[in-house]
Every structure is written in structure tokens, then in C-alpha cells.
Design a protein around this ligand. Structure first.
Ligand code: NAD
Length: 346
């Protein structure tokens, strides 16, 4: 039986990935601060070991007898990366480099770094893994630095793979409505209005969360390691490069079909010239993987979950808002401690 250590395991991707790994018979060590709650991880059998720990201080012993590491931990979007700039460098870059080095030192066989297509920034042409990058935010720059420091650790004994993920969509127990397709679907379903940035012809790449988890597991299991070691793979599908207007139409039509209510698209802003399309040929040509789910699938799935009440939009589903709230509470607790208790304000 193989043992996988997953960091950021209680997050949007982690809480879908961990049950999939358990179902496939892996033993999982799930490391997270659990900012979004521990209950998001549903144990399957007794093969899940939950460790509430900050990855910046991860103990080397935890990596002993671990076969694989999937290092999901991050402050996970652009606005949070700007607001919590220093923490983003520490977690997304330094902590992941440290974990990769510790993993190599402990004899871990494979390490996967989930990076992001956002490091391409905005470009005129269709970009692939060999295209120049153009990281425009702290989040994107920290991902790029992590890639640059971690890829050279690859050798015959330590397989390193970088996955540059498209923007993810779909249902997860730690739901995120700050991701484009999820947020658009919620807004149209809840209010009947769908704000879209003009002029709608701009392209962005997307991928469903279940597909992300499935490709991570395939990369753990892919036997011709020479083909993937030290490699970067864009994760998504060529046909999942959507134009924003096209995406708005998809969301509006499905919400109308499923609820019988009208959805109005409301255009705003000046035409957004920042368009980029990504090629996903390399991952298909190397390991034969393609995503199975498209935007229509994700929109229907989310509406179904909303209608049955499995998911709601709360402050926890907007990453920046939740971290800002936690910081506020942390300050209040510190103040209470300083005065020796809530009532001792002398
Ligand atoms: N979701 C996307 O669209 C997307 C796109 C591209 C790349 N990615 C990458 O995938 C990874 C996971 O993203 P996600 O959407 O699941 O994010 P998420 O915010 O839902 O999950 C991140 C998890 O990390 C935990 N965490 C944060 N700081 C920690 C620390 N110091 N120690 C321990 N745990 C800590 C949080 O509690 C959270 O559970 C990230 O590396 C992200 O950059 C995501």
C-alpha cells in the first residue's frame, strides 16, 4: 500500500482529492491548518491521518516512509496574495520549496507541485509550457519561483512534476464561489443577473476539480517516469478555453432551463483586451490524459447542489473575505489575551 502526504488537504481541491485517494486504496496523511474546517474531509475507512499543522514548520518525521507528496498548500488566489503578501511568499514559495527538499531527504519517490496557468499572465498567442511566462501578481510570481527552485531537485530517485492548473470549477465540500464559473453560476441562480466584463471575446482556460484530482493520481501512477520527471504540464483541455461571453451564455441558458427563471447578462467596464489561450497538447501526448467534464457539467452540478441545499454562499466560500475575517478575530483574541480576559479591561 502506498502512502501519500497531501498539504492543503482541507482546501477546495484537497477535500475532493483526499477521498479519491482513499477510495483508490492509498493511505493519506492530510496536512492543513484547516482554515476552512476539518469536517470538509470525509474519512473513508481508517486510512486517513489528519495532521493540523502549519506547512511552514512541517516536521521531517512526517515524511518518513511517505511515497508521494502532493503539495497543494497555498494562499490560493490573486486578491488574497496581494492582501497577505508576505504570507503568500512564505507559504506558496518558501514552504513548498522546504517541503520538497525535506521530501527528497526522506526518500519520497514522487513530488507534485500544483502551480497555475496564471503565471502566463496575459498573452496574444496560444501559450504552451515552453512559452515565456508573464506573472503579473504576487500569487503568480510565488508559483513561478516555487517551480524554479523545485524542478532542479528532480533526479532518478526523486520524480518531480509541475502541474499548471487552469482556473478550477465544480463542486467541492470546501466550496469556492470566488472562482469564475462557480461565482457566475451562483449569481445567476440567486439574483437572475450575470455581470460580465466587456466585450466577452476574451479567452480563459478552465478545468473541473474532479479532473484535476484524477490527473494528479494518474501522475502518481504513471510508470514511464522518464517522460514526466522534471516536466511542467498545463492541466486543462483545449476545448475548455472559453470566451467569457460564451461562458456567460452557457451559465444563463442552464440556469434558465433548470429554474424556469430569466437570467439577464449585464455588461460592464471597457473592453478587456487581456485574453489568453493555453495549449493542453503536452499532457495528452505524454500520458494520454484529457479532462472528462466541461463547463456545462459544472454549472448543472452546482445548481443541483444549490437547489438541494448541499451548498450555500457563506463568507467561507470567498477566500479573501474569510482570511480577512480570521485575521480580525485573531487580533481580537490577542487583545483579549493582553488584557487577561474579556472583562478585565483596566
Ligand atoms: N482553485 C483553482 O482555480 C486553482 C488554479 C490554479 C492553481 N491552484 C492551486 O491549487 C492549490 C490548491 O488550491 P485550492 O483552490 O484548493 O485552495 P484552498 O484555499 O481551498 O486550499 C488551500 C488550503 O491550504 C491551507 N493552508 C493555507 N496556509 C496554510 C499553512 N501555512 N499551513 C497549512 N495549511 C495551510 C488552507 O487551510 C486550505 O485548506 C493551490 O496551490 C493553488 O494555487 C488552484
Amino acid at each position: 500500500m502506498k502512502r501519500v502526504l497531501v498539504t492543503g488537504a482541507g482546501g477546495y481541491i484537497g477535500s475532493v482529492l483526499v477521498p479519491k485517494l482513499l477510495q483508490k486504496g492509498y493511505e493519506v496523511i492530510a496536512v492543513d491548518r484547516f482554515f476552512f474546517g476539518k469536517e470538509k474531509l470525509k474519512p473513508v475507512g481508517d486510512m486517513l491521518n489528519i495532521i493540523q499543522e502549519d506547512t511552514r514548520f512541517l516536521k521531517a518525521e512526517l515524511l518518513r516512509e511517505v511515497d508521494f507528496v502532493i503539495d497543494l498548500v497555498a494562499i490560493s488566489n490573486d486578491p488574497s496574495g496581494e492582501r497577505f503578501n508576505e504570507a503568500t511568499w512564505q507559504i506558496n514559495f518558501q514552504s513548498r520549496v522546504r517541503t520538497a527538499k525535506l521530501a527528497k531527504g526522506q526518500g519520497v519517490k514522487r513530488y507534485i507541485l500544483p502551480s497555475s496557468c496564471s503565471i502566463y499572465g496575459f498573452q496574444e498567442t496560444i501559450v504552451d509550457e515552453s512559452s515565456p511566462t508573464n506573472p503579473l501578481t504576487t500569487y503568480a510570481r510565488a508559483n513561478e519561483r516555487a517551480e524554479q527552485e523545485i524542478l532542479p531537485l528532480a533526479d532518478k530517485e526523486f520524480i518531480v512534476v509541475v502541474t499548471r492548473l487552469s482556473t478550477v470549477f465544480g463542486y467541492s465540500p470546501r466550496m469556492r464561489f470566488d472562482l469564475a464559473i462557480n461565482g457566475m453560476t451562483y449569481g445567476a441562480w440567486k439574483t437572475g443577473k450575470l455581470p460580465l466584463m466587456r466585450d466577452g471575446t476574451q479567452y480563459r482556460p478552465f478545468v473541473h476539480v474532479e479532473d484535476v484530482c484524477e490527473v494528479m493520481i494518474e501522475l502518481l501512477e504513471f510508470s514511464d517516469t522518464q517522460k514526466i520527471n522534471g516536466q511542467i504540464f498545463n492541466v486543462g483541455g483545449n476545448e475548455l478555453n472559453y470566451q467569457i461571453g460564451q461562458l456567460g451564455q452557457i451559465v444563463a441558458h442552464i440556469v434558465e432551463e433548470l429554474t424556469g427563471r430569466r437570467v439577464e447578462i449585464e455588461w460592464y467596464g471597457d473592453p478587456d483586451r487581456r485574453s489568453y489561450r493555453v495549449s493542453f497538447n503536452k499532457i495528452y501526448e505524454t500520458i494520454g490524459w484529457k479532462p472528462k467534464r466541461n463547463a456545462e457539467y459544472g454549472v448543472r452540478e452546482i445548481i443541483h447542489k444549490l437547489e438541494e441545499g448541499t451548498v450555500e454562499k457563506t463568507i467561507q466560500t470567498i477566500t479573501l473575505d474569510w482570511y480577512t475575517e480570521l485575521e480580525k478575530w485573531y487580533k481580537i483574541i490577542k487583545e483579549v489575551e493582553m488584557y487577561g480576559g474579556i472583562l478585565n479591561v483596566s
